[in-house]
Design a protein around this ligand. Structure first.
Ligand SMILES: [Zn+2]
Length: 288
């Protein structure tokens, strides 16, 4: 399964982008492309596709600072992204809906765009001294002109796991979810934890159950706004789950019950390629 937001076609050009001349050449490249976001949603073309323009055309819109941000190179084609000022375009298409149906390459580019642009929206000022930050390296970092602190786009690691024991697994549901829907457990990692420790802590917090061992399966960038989902299968000790934290109900499921859920409420929720939760469930169903 090709998970949405993974396998980006972009080379981030981490060394070359340190040269301002390189960024200028990319901005002037005749084939350069820019995607536009509005309030975190996707600005569409008249044809209803994500709007893709030359950066010079994008710059004709009123843009939020720092203007077009360099995303990387697809082969030698430079890609940029920018946020338009509120009201400058008709409202964009909800980011989730847009990226559920976008071509995988475009969805991955939009995912990187959203994570970086939302960071720019929240990091206008230096967190060390409060002065206004200045973009560097095409906007892939910010530097404080007053104190010299460098700021980099953040990625927040989060563990997401399917706990299981023998032929059964445990899933939980959050109050906001559609009726009947249960899914994997998840939570942000905390400082000082390994991935395995975060997994054990989250399972204990949300169900009261004890993890024996966990195994990494895959990861997925999740640009809401800048999470990295780290997916695991977690073998747990048998016991009765007690829902707590942000989970209102947690219970055991047999493989048949999981298949029923997978083909019913989960399919209505979104396509299987959209969330690593489904990849974990599929992996477990296949005996992985
Ligand atoms: Zn500063």
């Amino acid at each position: 399964m090709h998970l949405t937001f993974t396998r980006s076609p972009l080379d981030h050009a981490g060394i070359r982008r340190t040269d301002p001349g390189f960024i200028d050449a990319c901005l002037g490249h005749p084939q350069a492309r820019a995607v536009l976001l509005a309030g975190g949603d996707v600005v569409l073309s008249p044809e209803g596709e994500p709007q893709i323009l030359h950066p010079a055309q994008a710059a004709e819109f009123p843009l939020q600072p720092p203007g077009p941000v360099f995303l990387g190179l697809q082969d030698e084609t430079p890609w940029f992204a920018a946020s338009v000022e509120p009201g400058a375009t008709p409202p964009g298409l909800d980011f989730r809906r847009a990226t559920m149906v976008a071509e995988p390459d475009i969805a991955a580019i939009l995912g990187r765009a959203r994570a970086i642009l939302s960071w720019h929206g929240r990091r206008r000022h230096c967190s060390n001294c409060g002065a206004e930050n200045a973009p560097a390296e095409g906007g892939t970092k910010l530097v404080c002109p007053a104190c010299g602190t460098e700021h980099f786009p953040r990625t927040d690691p989060s563990v997401i796991m399917l706990p299981f024991s023998g032929e059964r697994c445990v899933m939980g549901r959050q109050p906001a979810w559609p009726p009947g829907l249960f899914a994997t457990l998840a939570g942000f990692m905390e400082p000082g934890e390994t991935i395995e420790e975060a997994c054990a802590r989250e399972v204990a917090e949300e169900t009261g159950l004890k993890v024996i061992s966990s195994r990494y399966i895959a990861s997925q960038p999740w640009p809401f706004p800048s999470t990295l989902m780290i997916g695991l299968l977690a073998e747990i000790e048998p016991g009765e789950p007690v829902a707590a934290d942000d989970i209102e109900e947690a219970r055991w499921f047999t493989r048949d019950e999981v298949r029923e859920l997978y083909e019913g409420p989960m399919m209505r929720w979104g396509p299987p390629h959209y969330s690593i939760s489904r990849l974990l469930i599929e992996t477990w169903l296949k005996g992985g």
